[in-house]
Ligand binder design. Sequence first.
Ligand SMILES: Nc1nc2c(ncn2[C@@H]2O[C@H](COP(=O)(O)OP(=O)(O)O)[C@@H](O)[C@H]2O)c(=O)[nH]1
Ligand SMILES: [Mg+2]
Length: 324
Amino acid sequence: MTKCLGCGARMQDKNPHEEGYVKDINSLLCKRCFEIRNYNAYSMIEKDNQEYLNVLNKIAKTDDLLILVADLFSLDIPKLNLKNPIILVLTKADLLPRNIDKEKILNKIKYNLNIIAKITISSKNNYQLDELYTLINKYKRSKNVYVIGYTSSGKSTLINKMVHNYSQNDYEITTSVLPSTTLDLIKVPINNELNLIDTPGLLDEGSIILTASKEQFKKIIPKKAIKPIVIQIKIDQTIFIDDLMRLDIKKGGCLVFYMSNNLKLERFYKNNNKLTNLKKFHFENLNNEDIVIKGLGFIKTKNIVSLDIYIDEKIKITKRQSIM
Ligand SMILES: Nc1nc2c(ncn2[C@@H]2O[C@H](COP(=O)(O)OP(=O)(O)O)[C@@H](O)[C@H]2O)c(=O)[nH]1
Ligand SMILES: [Mg+2]
């Protein structure tokens, strides 16, 4: 049984609605990968996390090196039960404003994993990929190095870039902005001594990515470095972020929005009931704390801010000591 070179799904010519479907079983790519690559068309595949946890359990039985990829923009490290040595890779550095100290952020991140090295990179701009490649070769325990992390964090893009930079081989995994593009393990040989093994990725529960429509998606995922938007608040007011969330600011201060600049940010001073049917989260006296809206970005608070946020109940909102 052959696997699709793009997503790892087992190829089949029986059911067009199931993964790995292809008309001609001798093709290299399944129909879905062909369509993502050639027409930018995408059919969503529903996945649950149990399958991925089973994959991680198998990996846990080896003592192979893992590369844990997390997105510098959403900065969330999954809690996993693994003892393997891990290189923590924070990617998409190109999306943060240039003046932000990425190394400082790296040092503020908390986790309880066996992390033996950590690095920030950008696959898009080739930032620190040579350094990462050196770390991989230094710490690998066998030929096999697994690339794990949340779906859409940038695992497959990183492997494609590694192939391009460091291998004589020709290989391209399918990537896309939507979750669950990679469906099964894909072993990608870099040279005789190193295989990078791509994995489907953990679904990021509570992320706006899992509830957004395709149209919203295009606005939520930034394509270039974000410019933070600073809003000083003198009197009570309401701020809307597209049709995704509402903020009712009750007390003074200053808010700095770190999210895609394709999202429309609107201010209102008068009464308006839009989005008040959504779930309400209340925050009191925040100062130098970030409100993190999973998958969307974060809002830094300064000079004591109290506010209510209205947003889809499935989306996780947390606060943390500001990383800025
Ligand atoms: N700006 C930027 N986008 C990236 C980078 N790496 C990956 N992406 C984008 O993130 C999305 C998900 O990438 P993908 O590799 O498919 O993620 P995976 O699910 O972890 O394999 C795609 O739209 C990529 O183009 C990066 O370094 N910078
Ligand atoms: Mg992938």
